[in-house]
Design a protein around this ligand. Structure first.
Ligand code: MG
Length: 250
């Protein structure tokens, strides 16, 4: 009996240590009927297929409101130079109107999926700090603090998320330039880099794990790249094809 307990314990420990690679739907699960990139439908669909997280992009409008959209301009309107009332009249390809962050998070409250919020680069550091202050306040009010992870290319925004979000909130940098040690010293949860960076520095994955950090790679859509990252024990893969990635992990 004692022997059996030891074996079971050893097996459980192995399972915990060799945690599976988790799937993050890039801009939500958008490549499926009725969905669109960064739409509320893409969030709901990513949740419905059991993704770990839905990634989405956030921008601050001219009148300092937060909206969910990838590009600096959409249908000819520059996000930072247009008021929210105009932007939210624009339709996404699935017929939804462009969502505010408030609307997006309100729907997320009814789901379980983790929320991988990317703050895009803005015209100034000041605007990025303003966006982050508003994001952190909104998330707190909506009771979503424990489900958030923040990602950004901007070094300033990375530092500001670490400063302003509750301690322990995962913050990842996307830019691909900082070494694992530099990320650790900054207080990042780890790198969320283009997968080509890890192909160039495969040792960074183990280095991150040794430093107690996690590794995410974007945007991985080819089977062989997914398989390589899984074999290297990447913690997360961000993909436009979450269904394919789920099949490979299985
Ligand atoms: Mg993004």
């Amino acid at each position: 009996m004692k022997k059996l307990i030891i074996v079971v314990f050893a097996l459980l420990t192995t399972v915990i240590i060799q945690a599976q690679t988790q799937v993050i739907a890039h801009r939500g699960f958008w490549d499926t009927p009725g969905s669109a990139q960064n739409s509320i439908a893409s969030l709901v669909k990513a949740d419905s297929i059991g993704c770990y997280g839905a990634e989405f992009d956030v921008r601050l409008t001219k009148d300092n409101q937060l909206v969910v959209n990838h590009d600096s301009s959409f249908k000819g309107r520059f996000m930072e130079k247009t008021n929210v009332s105009r932007l939210t009249k624009l339709s996404l390809s699935n017929g939804e109107t462009l969502p505010t962050l408030q609307e997006y998070l309100a729907r997320a409250r009814e789901l379980n999926i983790r929320l991988i919020l990317e703050l895009k680069k803005h015209g100034s550091d000041k605007r990025e700090t303003q966006a982050i202050e508003q994001i952190v306040a909104m998330v707190r009010e909506m009771g979503l603090e424990k489900r958030m992870e923040y990602i950004t290319f901007s070094l300033h925004a990375t530092q500001e998320f670490i400063r302003l979000a509750p301690a322990g909130t995962p913050v990842y940098n996307l830019d691909g330039k900082l070494s694992p040690r530099e990320l650790k010293e900054m207080g990042c949860a780890g790198p969320d880099y283009h997968y080509s960076v890890f192909k160039k520095h495969p040792e960074w994955i183990q280095e991150c794990h040794d430093l107690g950090m996690k590794v995410n790679a974007w945007t991985v859509n080819k089977k062989e790249d997914m398989q390589w990252l899984i074999s290297q024990k990447a913690d997360f893969i961000t993909t436009d094809n979450p269904v394919l990635l789920q099949e490979i992990i299985k």
